[in-house]
Design a protein around this ligand. Structure first.
Ligand code: GLN
Length: 534
């Protein structure tokens, strides 16, 4: 491959139209044709990364293998493309400014007034291009966060304008807009799309392709009208109608020839239309599943499903591969009491105790865990969920009534979960947790070992607290086994109660490592246990 091609995905009219899904679908289609593809997200906010953001603000914080706290769209990119992303795949305005200001302090711009154009836009362009050259990709798809017209995204759009000038045929812009349906008039309306394209044109960017998000199928006349008003080829106006699963979007885009249009416009060989076989098999499995499994996710951000995005998707994938439908119930941890736990959890086939931070809702997690353990329900604790498993076990099985994590109670007499040694002198909260992929050695014969089918695994982390090894012997003698250990540090990564059917806690986040093509083994094992237990 001679030159890397750059494709930008911008959005207009309203936010939350699914630019990430469109970018991922296009990436998937190009990848299926044998191209090396990556997807990048540019976020217009000033935070250096989303690690310090509350999930209410921004949904889940995703973590890459190289330990970057990233936008949740990177999760979609990985789930679709089945390949890891890295720190370079997610850049925020904050990071761009930080780099420029650091360079200014070093004297790199000596004698110059440092300005948005050219210095900020140069830094943006450098970050976009660097991704292509560093890893030798055929295609870099860059999703621009926010909506065209936002003050914050202006420097990004200006950088797109410059890059199009710079790269010529090697650069292209896909613009995603919304076509609303007015029920009273029984009509779809294209005016917002026209305005949004006009806004993009005012910034000097002419889109090459339009994707119209719509709830109702649009007829050819509508697509022709949009093409005419927006200076876009008729065949380059495609639609994205609401579908029952995001994983169907690549197929819908393929039907409309999205990848072919892109390749033709970029002067690339088109070749055979890929069969998308493993992908279609997955969708068929989803369609054909009849029986349902009901999973209760006990966490504190239940009003906002995006807060646990990767867990939802990992559960969905594992359920589909186990030929079942997923009925996922969100249970707000601070609402769980001794009095209602039976009512809330008895109909669940399996229980997940969610990751999280801080005190709120923590006692509800202990109550849910006690119920799950005493009723031998398949139960999966993730990160804070695993820590809660350990605390509940300490309190109710080891008899250490005031056991806790020092995160919740710094003066607990039984600190079964404690701050990691290397965390003790950290004062800056941004990007300073134990982050990214670490090794874990699984004990032969354990549920973890059986699930992964091997001894040495790597999974991603995002935490400051850990299992306190001073208590390890006491736990093991009383039935909770430490079956996964980091071979370099001795940190406990997996706990299990072998006397129960499936009661596993993991300090890591297996949900960051589960894709349509390779679902996470531990989620697969959990759902299998749920199915067998039903
Ligand atoms: N709050 C816990 C810690 O910092 C768990 C974090 C998590 O669930 N991601 O260790």
């Amino acid at each position: 491959m001679a030159d890397t091609k750059y494709i930008f995905v911008t959005g207009g009219v309203i936010s939350s139209l699914g630019k990430g899904i469109i970018a991922s679908s296009l990436g998937k289609l190009l990848q299926a044709r044998g191209y090396k593809v990556t997807i990048q997200k540019l976020d217009p906010y000033i935070n250096i990364d989303p690690g310090t953001l509350n999930p209410y603000e921004h949904g889940e914080c995703y973590v890459t293998v190289d330990g970057h706290e990233a936008d949740l769209d990177l999760g979609h990119y990985e789930r679709f493309l089945n390949q890891p992303t890295h720190r370079d795949n997610n850049i925020t305005t904050g990071r761009i400014y930080q780099n420029v200001i650091n360079k200014e302090r070093k004297g790199d711009y000596l004698g110059k007034t440092v300005q948005i154009v050219p210095h900020i836009t140069d830094e943006i362009r450098r970050n976009i291009k660097a991704l292509g050259t560093k890893y030798d990709y055929d295609f870099v798809i860059t999703e621009i966060g926010g909506t065209v017209g936002d003050i914050e995204s202006l420097p990004f759009i200006e950088s797109v304008r410059q890059l199009r000038w710079d790269l010529g045929k090697n650069c292209l812009c896909v613009h995603l807009t919304y076509v609303p349906y007015i029920a009273a008039a029984q009509e779809v309306k294209t005016k917002p799309t026209q305005h949004s394209v006009k806004q993009l044109q005012e910034s000097g960017v002419q889109p090459d392709m339009l994707v119209l998000r719509t709830e109702h199928l649009l007829n050819k006349d509508i697509l022709r009208k949009v093409a005419l008003f927006c200076n876009v080829d008729v065949d380059a106006v495609v639609q994205s109608v609401d579908v029952s699963t995001i994983y169907e979007v690549p197929i819908r885009m393929q039907e409309q020839g999205m990848d072919e249009i892109i390749l033709r416009k970029m002067g690339m060989p088109i070749g055979e239309k890929p069969a998308m076989q493993p992908w279609r098999e997955f969708l068929d499995k989803k369609k054909n599943a009849k029986e349902t499994v009901r999973i209760g996710l006990v966490g504190k951000y239940v009003e906002l499903p995006d807060a646990y995005k990767s867990i939802n998707e990992s559960l969905l994938q594992a359920t589909i591969y186990n030929d079942r439908k997923l009925d996922l119930q969100f249970i707000q941890s601070d609402k769980v009491t001794e009095a209602n736990v039976e009512e809330l959890l008895s109909s669940m086939d399996g229980i997940i105790i969610a990751p999280g931070f801080g005190q709120r809702g923590i006692e509800g997690k202990f109550i849910a865990l006690k119920y799950a353990r005493e009723n031998n329900k398949p139960t999966f604790g993730i990160c804070l969920g695993m820590q809660c498993m350990v605390i509940e076990y300490a309190r109710n099985v080891l008899g250490l009534k005031e056991a806790n994590s020092t995160e919740m109670e710094p003066h607990t007499p039984y600190n079964v979960i404690d701050l990691m040694e290397e965390q003790k002198n950290i004062t800056n909260l941004g990007g300073s947790m134990r982050l990214g992929a670490y090794k874990c050695k699984l004990q032969k014969g354990s549920l973890g070992y059986k699930a992964y089918g091997k001894e040495l695994i790597e999974e991603r982390h995002r935490h400051r607290f850990e299992f306190n090894n001073d208590y390890k012997k006491q736990f093991e003698e009383n039935g909770m086994k430490c079956t996964g250990i980091n071979p370099d540090t001795g940190l406990v990564e997996v706990v299990e109660v072998p006397a129960l059917k499936w009661f596993v806690g993991v300090q890591y986040h297996p949900e960051y490592n589960s894709t349509v093509i390779s679902p996470n083994p531990l989620f697969m094992s959990f759902i299998k246990a749920v199915v067998e237990n039903k």
